[in-house]
Design a protein around this ligand. Sequence first.
Ligand SMILES: Cc1ncc(COP(=O)(O)O)c(C=O)c1O
Length: 395
Amino acid sequence: MTLSLSERAGAIKPSPTLGIAAKARALKAQGIDVISLSVGEPDFNTPELICRAAVSAIEQGLTKYTPSAGLPELRKSVADHLHGRYGVMATPDRVVLSCGAKHSIYNTCQVLLNPGDEVILFAPYWATYADQIRLAGAIPVPVTTKGSQGFIPDIEEVKGALTPRTRAIFVNSPSNPTGAVFGRALMKQIAELALDRGIWLVSDEIYSELVYEGQHVSLAEFGEDVLMQTVLVDGFSKTYSMTGWRLGYAFAPTYVAQAMSNLQDQVTSNPTSFVQAGGIEALRLDPATVEGMRNEFRARRDLALDILKTVPGIETPVPGGAFYLFPDVSKYLCGAISDDNALAELLLEKARVAVVPGSAFEGPGHLRLSYALGQEQLREALTRIKSTLESLPRL
Ligand SMILES: Cc1ncc(COP(=O)(O)O)c(C=O)c1O
């Protein structure tokens, strides 16, 4: 007899990005030359100084439990980092280290949301948000943004989506999957709206160091009143190429941080002890290391955009940050190719390139292409996509 799972388990969808990556890996294992543009993971090695710090921590016996919210030294390093970067009154008791930004967002949803609460988020969005909001019993309310406007939301539409049940607005700048970067004026408008309506802001700033045009604007920059209604999430995965280490953090009002720490006490306890030593080292790193990675990403973005420009019928807004392109491929959705899922399947079969359909991010009619891989492979992948698309009928 097969017994049923909880309703909660039934509500979780498998991660579409990880699903495509698994398909691509399976083809590769059969010896097929597949290039993956599907995963959001920098290809660089973790900087050596960070690795050495973790190894040395193990050798020195930092292998036991730490406080659930993280080592006091790392909480302080993060607080100092946020103070240095945004000038905020950051104290260590407002910082909670977790096993990745994804975990910090989970904690945030669990401590802020009640069943039936509505949460506004900007579509296309990282699919995890909607699942985690639902896991907390709350309801995701997407506000759609358009490629023709660079995937920047219209504040009037945000206001229009508010109801008495709105509990939070999720912001993700730079964005996965669109690479859109929200400017100061919009961030300020969102902050003012939250203050005016007494709602939470959850700001996922994991790509904050990967901005290629202008400057990253953090929701932490709009004063203490805004911060008292904000959970800022960031981490080490993207900036320091530490995806597998699983280390991220939330910066929140003290009572929220305490609630997250209590939750971690009962669920995961601390993020891995010696990984935290790597985190301390990461925050001490010469900024030139991150700048080198940022410059390489910018060069890849430009290379990819140059090739995409030559594909007929495709529109690709220039992304200001992160490492994704989100081209509109709707002109190719005709005949046997009914939607972006079918197009992504076809590209995997024919071009041997793995991409993620935009529908996975509530952005149908698009594809997400990650440029977190070397220039040679990137050029080859885009050339294959171009020649496959050119062989297809279009509207
Ligand atoms: C927008 C966004 N937030 C958070 C994460 C997860 O980061 P971490 O590895 O720190 O859990 C990702 C990873 O793809 C992401 O794209």
